[in-house]
Design a binder for this molecule. Sequence first.
Ligand code: PMP
Length: 361
Amino acid sequence: MTKIYNFCSGPAMMPTEVMTKAQQEFTNWRELGVSVMEISHRSADYVAMAEEAEQDLRDLLMIPDHYKVLFCHGGGRGQFSAVPMNILGDQKLASYVTTGHWSRCALDEGKKYASADVFDALLKDDEGNVSVRPVSQWRYSHDSAYLHYCPNETIEGVAIHQIPDVDVPLVGDFSSTLLSTPLDVSKFGIIYAGAQKNIGPSGLTVVIVRDDLLGKSMQHTPSIFDYSIVAKHGSMFNTPPTYAWYLSGLVFKWLKEQGGLDAMAKRNSAKAALLYNYIDQSDFYRNQVDSDYRSKMNVPFFLADDELNATFLAEAGKSGLMTLKGHRIVGGMRASIYNAMPLEGVQALVDFMQDFEKRHG
Ligand code: PMP
């Protein structure tokens, strides 16, 4: 059978070793004779696993003790509302920096709760070349409750590699980049990420929140989205997404075995360089993001002739290269190359692109 490499932006490829381990213990977890998904989240075995997963995540990201780690429902979009509901407090104003689709979605949701001070940091010229204003030039209100931004725009393939230095709580939507590289958590008030890219399967959202931001929620905040309540109950105020939490725990162990986030960062840089270097030297393919702001997770690219898109996708599919179609907002192609994508997968894509260019260029 052809080896399949899945370039989906999310839900995305999981590490093979994790899937194999999950399969081995699928119906008989820890010799209990049942699946982990069939047992109570309050059972001693489950709680031990859940606590271990949290500790592994804390170790990987070196999360300081004065931050809570929450395992929530509701996805990235859930956090677009949970953030203002939890930390706006008595303030009316929140700052949003927009750099693409997902930061704009966060802004739209945030506007339901706060007056928004918006700074559009995306730069686009008439030819479609894309860049971002340096973080040192970002404007925001110093009296806003927080500044929200998205360090990796999954659709546009735009990344902000520098952490903004601001004097209000910084909130980052890390849905498509958490765990791909080390991160200085202490620079943030809140970090959140839907799990379905680098963490695990969909259904789980990881929230990392600084203790001083707890206890300010709006009166009508649903309890399941209230960070203080979720934290007080160890993320078990209501039934958590138990299987997704378990699988994510396996991913955290896998990441540790790989050498942690330093090792992942090196591997991810090598993968991204392989693909971008190939695209840049070719006259047939192009990526239009300024090299300083290119995502190492999501690589959009265009063919010289859009008419060839369908043929490219069909032939790629036959070669085992799955889900390369670009998002409809951007068009063209997009290769998502999260932690679980091995270098061989990116090499297989580059080999295919080279061959396709020879035949159609
Ligand atoms: N933020 C980013 C950066 C994303 O990539 C996505 C989903 N692709 C979301 C938010 C929305 O996440 P969810 O579908 O889990 O609500």
